[in-house]
Design a protein around this ligand. Structure first.
Ligand code: NAD
Length: 488
C-alpha cells in the first residue's frame, strides 16, 4: 500500500546544533527521507547552525556522511542526495555570543515561508538562543521552535525552562519533542481506541485487569555515561516516554483529534496519578557481562562511579484515581542491558466470569498488545478451541497486525523524527508535549526521586541480559500477576 504524501508549505528549518549527534543521526536523515518522498517543497532550506567553523560545502559533506551512515539504504538515490544537499546551508554561530547572528539574520530575511528553529543543543543554551532570535528580529508570531528532552531534571528546572521560553515565545510556537509520540504504532493506538466501537466499551476497570508498559533496551549506557548517571531511568525514560504512553492508553476520548483537546485529556491523566508507594517501585543496576563472546562493563564501571546510586532499570506499579481506572493497576518497567530490545504496551483483560468449559480448559485472558519496536504492530490474543478431536481444549492465538506485513513496506520508513518535523512545519502540535503536561509529570516524579534520596536507597544489581531485578518479578507475583515475556 503506497502512502499518500502531501507536500508541506515552503519553509526554512534552522538546526542549532546542526553538527551534533542528534542532527546527524535523526534530523538530517529524516529530512532527506521526506525530501525523497516529495514532501519537502523545492524551495525549502535547511540551515545548519553550530559552533564548528565550516562553510556551506564543508557542512554538506557532514550531512552527506550522516545520511550515508544513518539514512538507510541509499541504492539509486545518488541524484536525490545531490539535490537534497543543494537545499542545505550552514552558518557558524555562537549561541552565547554575537558571532554568526548577522549571517543567520540575512538567511532569515525571506518572509515568504515558514520559519522553524530546532534547538538541538544542550538545554542550558535554550535561553540564549531564544533571546538572540528576538534580539536579531528573527522571531515573528508565526515562528516555531523545536526543543528536545531533557526538559528539566525536576519540577523547578522544568518551570524555569518553560518560563525562559515563554519570555520569548507563546505556547503555540513551542514544539517539545517526545519522539515516542511520533511512532506509527503510538498514533495507531489512538486510531484503534477511538476509531473502533469494539474496544471503548471494554476500556475501563470493569473489564481490564491491568496494563503493562515495557520499554526494554539491550544496550548499556555506552558513551552517554556522564549524562545518564545524572538522570537515570526515571528521568530519562519514565517521566517522559513511558508517561506519554500511559496517557494515551488511559486518557478519556478527546472531543476532537486536535492539539489542545488531546493534550487536555493527557494532562488530566497525569494529574489523576496517585503518588507511588515505596514498595511499589524497584530500581536496579546492570552487572558486568563476561561471557566467552561478549564482555560488557557493569553500570557502575560504565559511568565510572563505583558508588553510583543511579538506576539503569526501574519497575513500578501506579494507579489512576478516576472513574474509569479506579482499582486497575498500571505496571511500567524500563531498563538497559535487558534480554531483548522491545517496547510494548499490553492491555490485559479480565478472565471470563465463569468458564463453561470446566476447570480443565484453563483460564484465559484476552491481551491487546501494542508493539512499538521492533516490528511495530498490534496483536489481539483471543481464545479458541485447539483444533482436532479430543474434547474442548482452549488455546490462545494472536490476531496479528504487524504493520510491515499488513500495510506493505512504506509504513516502515517514516521515522518518528521525520513525521514530527513535518508536523512542526504544518503547525500541528497534537503530538508534542505542552508545558503544563511536562510540569505535571515532574510533579508526580519528584517525590519518588526525593524519597529514594532521603532514604539513601541504592538500586539492586541485576545480571545483564535479564529482565531486571528479582524485586520487579516479586512486585507482580505479590499481585498474582506476571510480566509479559520481553520478546525481540
Ligand atoms: P552534541 O553534543 O552531539 O551536539 C551539540 C551541538 O551543539 C553541536 O552541533 C555543537 O556545535 C552545538 N553547540 C554547542 N555549544 C554551542 C554554542 N555555544 N553555540 C552554538 N552551537 C553550539 O549533542 P546531541 O547529542 O546532538 O544533543 C542535542 C540535544 O538533543 C541535547 O539537548 C540532547 O540532550 C538532546 N537529545 C539528544 C539525543 C541523541 O540521540 N543524541 C536524543 C534525545 C535528546
Amino acid at each position: 500500500m503506497t502512502s499518500r504524501v502531501i507536500p508541506v508549505d515552503p519553509f526554512d528549518l534552522v538546526i542549532f546544533g546542526g553538527t551534533g549527534d542528534l542532527a546527524r543521526r535523526k534530523i538530517l536523515p529524516g529530512l532527506f527521507h521526506r525530501f525523497c518522498a516529495g514532501q519537502m517543497p523545492p524551495s525549502a532550506r535547511i540551515i545548519g547552525a553550530a559552533r564548528t567553523d565550516l562553510d556551506h560545502d564543508g557542512y554538506r559533506g557532514i550531512v552527506a556522511e550522516a545520511i550515508e551512515e544513518f539514512g538507510g539504504n541509499l541504492g539509486g538515490k545518488a541524484q536525490k542526495l545531490k539535490d537534497f544537499l543543494d537545499t542545505v546551508f550552514y552558518v557558524t554561530i555562537d549561541a552565547q555570543g554575537e558571532d554568526g547572528w548577522p549571517e543567520l539574520q540575512e538567511f532569515c530575511k525571506q518572509k515568504d515561508r515558514i520559519e522553524a528553529f530546532y534547538f538541538s543543543v544542550s538545554p542550558s543554551l535554550f535561553g540564549d538562543l531564544a533571546e538572540r532570535l528576538h534580539h536579531w528580529g528573527m522571531a515573528g508570531p508565526e515562528t516555531r521552535i523545536v526543543v528536545e528532552k531533557p526538559f528539566g531534571r525536576d519540577l523547578a528546572t522544568a518551570k524555569h525552562l518553560n518560563a525562559t521560553l515563554a519570555a520569548h515565545f507563546s505556547e503555540d510556537q513551542i514544539y517539545r519533542i517526545d519522539h515516542y509520540l511520533g511512532k506509527e504504532t503510538v498514533q495507531n493506538l489512538m486510531a484503534v481506541r477511538f476509531g473502533n466501537m469494539l474496544f471503548e466499551p471494554l476500556w475501563n476497570s470493569q473489564y481490564v485487569d491491568h496494563i503493562q508498559i515495557t520499554v526494554a533496551e539491550t544496550v548499556g549506557v555506552g558513551g552517554r555515561g556522564e549524562y545518564y548517571d545524572k538522570a537515570g531511568a526515571m528521568r530519562d525514560m519514565v517521566q517522559n516516554h513511558l508517561m506519554q504512553l500511559l496517557c494515551l492508553i488511559a486518557m478519556e476520548p478527546p472531543a476532537r483529534f486536535a492539539p489542545d483537546a488531546v493534550r487536555d485529556e493527557k494532562l488530566k491523566v497525569i494529574r489523576a496519578l496517585d503518588p507511588v508507594l515505596p514498595h511499589h517501585i524497584t530500581r536496579g543496576q546492570y552487572e558486568a557481562e563476561q561471557g566467552a563472546e561478549k564482555q560488557h562493563p557493569s553500570y557502575r564501571e560504565a559511568v565510572g562511579d563505583p558508588r553510583s546510586k543511579t538506576e539503569s532499570f526501574i519497575a513500578l506499579k501506579c494507579h489512576i484515581s478516576n472513574w474509569r481506572w479506579a482499582g486497575t493497576p498500571f505496571y511500567m518497567r524500563t531498563g538497559k542491558r535487558m534480554s531483548a530490545r522491545s517496547s510494548e504496551i499490553s492491555v490485559v483483560f479480565k478472565e471470563t466470569p465463569h468458564s463453561i468449559f470446566g476447570a480443565d480448559a484453563g483460564r484465559h485472558r484476552n491481551v491487546l498488545s501494542i508493539r512499538l519496536q521492533p516490528n511495530e504492530g498490534i496483536t489481539l490474543g483471543v481464545t479458541i478451541k485447539e483444533p482436532g478431536p479430543g474434547g474442548m481444549r482452549l488455546i490462545d492465538v494472536p490476531l496479528d497486525m504487524t504493520f510491515a506485513e499488513a500495510l506493505g513496506d512504506d509504513s516502515e520508513h517514516v521515522d518518528a523524527y521525520e513525521r514530527l518535523i513535518m508536523d512542526v512545519i504544518r503547525g500541528n502540535q497534537t503530538l508534542f508535549m505542552r508545558g503544563d503536561e511536562v510540569e505535571a509529570a515532574w510533579a508526580w516524579t519528584d517525590p519518588i526521586i526525593e524519597g529514594w534520596e532521603s532514604r539513601g536507597e541504592v538500586p539492586k544489581p541485576y545480571p545483564s541480559g535479564t529482565d531486571g531485578t528479582t524485586d520487579s518479578h516479586e512486585l507482580m507475583r505479590r499481585d498474582g500477576r506476571k510480566w509479559r515475556e520481553v520478546s525481540p
